[in-house]
Design a binder for this molecule. Sequence first.
Ligand code: SF4
Length: 302
Amino acid sequence: MISNASNVHSRKATQRLPPWIRVRLRADGQFSKVHETIRAGGLHTVCEGARCPNKLECYNRGTATVMILGETCTRRCRFCAVRNEPPPHPVDPLEPARVVEMARTLGLRYVVVTSVTRDDLPDGGAGLFAETIIQLKRLEGVTVEVLTPDFQGKRHLVEAVLAAGPHVFNHNLETVRRLQPDVRPQADYERSMQVLRIAAAWLPKLIVKSGLMVGLGETDDELMAALADLRSAGCRSLTIGQYLAPSPRHWPIARFVPPERFEHYRRCALAMGFLAVAAGPLVRSSYQADQLMAAAQTMENG
Ligand code: SF4
């Protein structure tokens, strides 16, 4: 579920990168404060866990996407850098309070919360998601976006998260229908669509969001079919980014999509009725999430 955050740090991958993929490598601005705050709070971020190429840029800007429920995932998506061992830790009921403290210390107005997938837990971690949302919303003026797993398609668990009142509900489709069984073997295209449908039906004003990677072996026709399916599921906000393999052991990169092609995808998605679309080589599901949310709201109200 973590989405299209993959690193470019492997030597082989770096050698293959096209000229339009340039990752910021200097830590400055608020990097140290973000790094120390996360460490002091005993928290994890998807920026670290999934080795996101935008980590330095986001930390420098004073922001990060927090990853609750530990740093070990119970699934093995072939594109993902998040580790699968040791076995996940028990749920820490104090984690939501530490997330709130992090948000307060960093002065965050927009907080994105994600998690590893916890198929080992009876509630899939939905309870901790809900508690984190509730506690964050007690901070004045804070907007909360969640990027959730599929909770094995269990409606009552998705609804438990929705009932806590996130402002944006994000669940990533990740790739096109044909590639799902290979790339994301413990997930399912239809199940992800169902999760998005449940969220879209929950509250008309809720922004439902999803994300896709390109470069996994999909065709443009398959990509357009996935966008159309997302729209019919009620998804209104979208990210599309380039897949970058975390290591040579991960799913291989099938193609590098140039920026002008991403712009084409963005225009196609907007023409299909998405309110806001971020598409580009280094776009990831929570990259500049506040700006995407603002764009979606502007479109909705205007
Ligand atoms: S569910 Fe898949 S994409 Fe999400 S953290 Fe686990 S392995 Fe990574």
